[in-house]
Design a protein around this ligand. Structure first.
Ligand SMILES: NC(=O)c1ccc[n+]([C@@H]2O[C@H](COP(=O)([O-])OP(=O)(O)OC[C@H]3O[C@@H](n4cnc5c(N)ncnc54)[C@H](OP(=O)(O)O)[C@@H]3O)[C@@H](O)[C@H]2O)c1
Length: 315
């Protein structure tokens, strides 16, 4: 397929606030700084409270955390506690982990887990609570479903979500009708979930969240790809194809990856992790300019093909 050089026109630029509202800051690196492939811009991160205050000033109000992300919840909680109460509330998602299938204690464990998260975050309710386990044995477990009902009944969570890795899991999560939000990989590397599930269900009540837009940062930090990832050579070959497209369109490859995912309007919100304000500012600039229909179609052609390495669990 031939790529065309076309920059977005003025009409296709959406208002900043609407785009910022779709951006969710992933906070895994607040608690686990060596997660993924960092860029040089985060070599000397700001103190977390300073960083989070600046994030808010940039118009970001969604933050994603988890008890699995080191002390990310505590760091967010410390920030939220000292934050002026008159400011509009931030939207926070966190997760429940370490459940076992067919366990009568599951609802009580889920309750305890969320109560602990809320205590750490200094919050009364999670806007979104994900199950941090994607296995069918967990997401289809009647005891887990009972736990979700309990959490909603007690108003400890507003929405329930699942973060998935396979099409089979995604098919179940949609069909069961229990989950409000489904988080899946959607990127220049992987459009399989988007084509199969988001497009046909886009207008329904289920909301889809995109993760792994930058595949843990491998676009901007390539030095260690071959030493840290088994399929490193294959990835580098794909990245060269993406570099070629980005170059034709006179943008960087990271910019292209971010703009591509944010151009997919059926996606409710999109998670990107960063500890760098410079990177965050760049992202917020990029997402003001959706890609053209032709650019989206060209990238989609590459991204639609299944790749074993687009799931970091296979690295
Ligand atoms: N199962 C789950 O629920 C699950 C799984 C994975 C991730 N997540 C969530 O999704 C979030 C994102 O994780 P991910 O794995 O999807 O990673 P990602 O967002 O694809 O990539 C993050 C990496 O990209 C780098 N980066 C960000 N912006 C950049 C820019 N403008 N230029 C260059 N590099 C940039 C960051 O480094 P710098 O800090 O240097 O910018 C970081 O190391 C996590 O924080 C977490 O909240 C959830």
């Amino acid at each position: 397929m031939k790529a065309t050089c076309k920059m977005p026109n003025a009409e296709s630029i959406t208002p900043d606030a609407a785009n910022n509202a779709r951006f969710c800051l992933g906070t895994v690196k607040l608690g686990v700084p060596n997660y993924g492939f960092s860029s040089p811009s985060s070599a000397q991160p700001l103190p977390p409270a300073t960083f989070l205050a600046q994030v808010e000033e940039l118009g970001i109000h969604r933050l994603d955390s988890s008890p699995r992300y080191g002390n990310s919840e505590q760091i967010l909680g410390a920030y939220l506690k000292q934050r002026p109460t008159e400011q509009p509330a931030l939207w926070i998602s966190s997760k429940i982990d370490q459940l076992t299938p067919n366990n009568k204690q599951t609802p009580a464990q889920m309750l305890a887990s969320v109560q602990q998260s809320l205590q750490r975050l200094h919050r009364q309710q999670l806007d979104l609570c994900y199950l941090h386990q994607n296995e069918l044995a967990i997401i289809s477990d009647p005891a887990v479903h009972a736990g979700i009902a309990l959490l909603k009944e007690q108003r400890l969570i507003d929405k329930i979500g699942v973060s998935l890795y396979s099409h089979e899991e995604c098919h179940y999560a949609i069909a069961c009708g229990l989950y409000d939000v489904i988080q899946i990989p959607i990127s220049i590397f992987d459009l399989g979930f988007y084509n199969r599930f988001v497009l046909p269900n886009g207008a329904g009540t289920i909301r889809f969240a995109a993760r792994s837009l930058l595949l843990q940062g491998i676009l901007a930090n390539r030095q260690e790809i071959t030493t840290r990832i088994r399929q490193g050579e294959e990835i580098l070959a794909y990245l060269r194809q993406m570099d070629h497209l980005a170059e034709q369109w006179q943008m960087g490859t990271t910019e292209m990856a971010v703009r591509f995912a944010f151009s997919l309007s059926a996606v409710d919100h999109l998670l990107i992790g960063t500890l760098s304000l410079a990177n965050l500012r760049a992202i917020l600039q990029w997402i003001r300019h959706p890609l053209s229909t032709e650019q989206i179609a060209t990238i989609s052609h590459f991204a639609a093909q299944a790749k074993i390495w687009s799931n970091p669990r296979n690295w």
